[in-house]
Design a protein around this ligand. Structure first.
Ligand code: NAD
Length: 251
């Protein structure tokens, strides 16, 4: 019974932004639970590496070059998933981030538009495509603690991620019971985009860790988010939908 709660055998999951960082962590945990994973991102070498590592570990994965801000590219991704594996059951909207830190009143329109396109509009469009493609399934969004907490210099990113939280609740209501939709708000996970956004080097991480004083005692790892994603996509969470959940090593 315990195995069935977390078993994804015979099911296909698309994970956007699966070339590194949190997306890589999610793709690997879902594959370990038996899912066929489609790793989607723009950088082909990165998604091919992740897919190859999953296959070498005994799982099943394929890479599909995708730009989530390009509507045609997302349509092709959904078609690729179905053609290659025979169906689509899970979709993780993980691609996102913003390397730019600037007060809102100084932010230029191009950066605002770019941030909204990647972090909000793409999630809306991907979810529409996933919902049209699936018979029944689950969708998982990755927003951020920034959706709820003020981070000076990240207002554009916060606004987009807060929008994702509301997309989660609305899509869950509109697509249920056919499709469950949930969202994880990660805390600090040292990945390429986080290090860039906060202008950090590896040697700065112990200082950040002690400054945050997280009750869990450490910064996050991609596999921490993978474990939470597995729960929200697996039968174990069958009665949970429309929820934005903080996964952050603390409150
Ligand atoms: P990352 O930079 O390590 O990985 C981002 C992935 O998204 C890469 O594979 C990249 O190629 C892909 N990507 C970027 N733009 C894309 C596009 N247009 N189309 C397709 N793929 C694209 O970042 P990460 O830290 O793993 O972030 C993953 C998600 O988690 C993001 O949505 C981010 O906002 C969110 N998040 C991260 C943190 C953190 O501390 N790392 C905290 C809160 C939220």
């Amino acid at each position: 019974m315990l195995n069935d709660l977390f078993n994804l055998t015979g099911q296909t999951a698309v994970v956007t932004g699966a070339g590194r960082g949190i997306g890589e962590g999610i793709a690997k945990v879902l594959a370990a639970a038996g899912a066929s994973v489609i790793c989607a991102a723009r950088r082909v070498d990165e998604i091919q590496r992740v897919a190859a590592e999953i296959n070498a570990a005994g799982g099943s994965a394929k890479a599909c070059a995708t730009d989530v801000t390009d509507l045609d590219s997302v349509n092709q991704l959904a078609k690729f998933a179905c053609d290659e594996t025979g169906g689509l059951h899970m979709w993780v909207n993980n691609a996102g981030g913003s390397p730019v830190q600037k007060p809102l009143h100084l932010l230029d329109k191009e950066e605002w538009d770019r941030t909204l396109a990647l972090n909000l509009t793409a999630v809306w469009h991907c979810t529409r495509v996933a919902a049209e493609t699936m018979d029944e399934g689950r969708i998982l969004n990755i927003s951020s603690l920034a959706a709820e907490d003020v981070i000076p210099g990240s207002g554009h990113y916060s606004a987009a991620k807060a929008g994702v939280n509301m997309l989660t609740k609305t899509f869950a209501q509109e697509l249920g019971p056919r499709i469950r939709v949930n969202c994880i708000m990660p805390g600090a996970v040292p990945t390429e985009i986080m290090m860039q956004a906060l202008n950090l080097k590896d040697e700065d991480l112990p200082k950040l860790e002690s400054m945050l004083r997280l009750p869990a005692g450490r910064l996050g790892k991609p596999e921490d988010l993978g474990a939470a994603a597995l729960f929200l996509l697996a039968p174990a969470s069958a009665w949970i939908t429309g929820q934005n959940i903080r996964v952050s090593g603390g409150p």
